[in-house]
Design a protein around this ligand. Structure first.
Ligand code: PRT
Ligand code: ZN
Length: 296
């Protein structure tokens, strides 16, 4: 039986570098094989398999990999299709990872005026996500033809292959370059950590739990700052009210009995403007420090 955890990540593409960077910030280091398909974990018995993103859900379902980093769009599409075919344990989303954000959107020619889902009745819609689109159409009670394409979906209307498309969008530039406009969002996506929860043998489960705890620590503090300041006892409440996105501050009384030293982990942005507001409310000697690591 395997005693090393195996994580599937995208080999080349939008998610590969951010996924490696995220795992690296959890303290993992690797030695990469000459063929760039496998990374042997050096700092922990956690290896990486470098694959096409579309293969990740299947690798998880078959148990060849224990965890994977993949777009929610790919995971949901896989599960949508699998649910109609077999009854195995499907991989599920364990954590949203906050990068690779995009939407799976329905888009129609710019010349059309959008009047709602019923407008798609009897139309042909090109997509690489037939499962998710079919589900959306069924929920909307619309009978349309789903034209499955593996790529270049956005040019299908110009080629006469389809009337509308259902594709991933981030800036929207690709759609507008093809005289299309997004009208409905079918799925909000980002990179996710996926796995088959509860199906790992104990050794691998311990490794996975440790990794997920570290990931939680990294994600929790990614945009966080530690605020240090002093305030008079009677002004503390007013200052703390300006920190709704901070954890309850730790307070230490100073020798004069009237002043408190405070430290608070703040999860939102701490701009100059915000610092000035805190100062006006009574915060003195305000310091904003980066947070490198955190273990809850
Ligand atoms: O080779 P492999 O199969 O592994 O990679 P791939 O080509 O299938 O995937 P890749 O690297 O293009 O995308 C991987 C994941 O990134 C996707 O599954 C999404 O989860 C996520 N992602 C985030 C995106 C986008 N943003 C995105 N904009 N994937 C694709 N796009 C496309 C979009 O469809 C459009 O055609 O990029 C183009 C530019 O988008 P606009 O809206 O900014 O013009
Ligand atoms: Zn792919």
């Amino acid at each position: 039986m395997r005693d090393r955890l195996r994580i599937a990540i995208q080999k080349n593409g939008r998610l590969s570098q951010p996924a490696r960077a995220l795992l690296g910030s959890c303290g993992l280091t690797w030695r990469e094989s000459p063929d760039h398909l496998f990374c042997h974990g050096e700092s922990a018995p956690i290896d990486l398999l470098l694959v096409r993103d579309d293969d990740i859900p299947g690798l998880l379902e078959s148990g060849l990999c224990d965890l994977g980093i993949v777009g929610r769009n790919v995971l949901c599409e896989y599960n949508e299709r699998a649910s109609s075919t077999c009854g195995q344990v499907q991989p599920s989303e364990l954590r949203g990872l906050g990068f690779g954000g995009c939407r799976l959107s329905l888009a129609i020619p710019q010349a059309w005026t959008w009047q709602g889902a019923a407008q798609l009745q009897g139309k042909r819609i090109a997509t690489s996500y037939p499962g998710l689109l079919a589900r959306w159409l069924a929920d909307a009670g619309v009978d349309a033809e789903v034209v499955e394409l593996s790529g270049s979906v956005e040019i299908a209307p110009r080629l006469g292959q389809a009337d509308a498309v259902c594709d991933l969008v981030s800036s929207g530039a690709t759609l507008s370059a093809n005289q299309l406009k997004p009208v409905e969002d079918i799925l909000y996506s980002e990179a996710v950590l996926a796995g088959r929860s509860n199906s790992l043998p104990p050794v691998l489960r311990d490794l996975a739990d440790t990794l997920v705890r570290r990931l939680d620590g990294v994600l929790r503090i990614r945009d966080s700052k530690l605020l240090l300041f002093q305030a008079s006892r009677h002004e503390v409440d007013a200052v703390v009210r300006l920190l709704p996105d901070a954890e309850v501050p730790t307070q230490y009384p100073l020798e004069d009995g009237e002043t408190l030293a405070l430290q608070a982990l703040c999860h939102g942005a701490v701009t100059w403007q915000r610092m000035e507001e805190l100062k006006r409310a009574g915060a003195r000697g305000l310091m904003v420090l980066p947070v490198e690591r955190m273990l809850a």
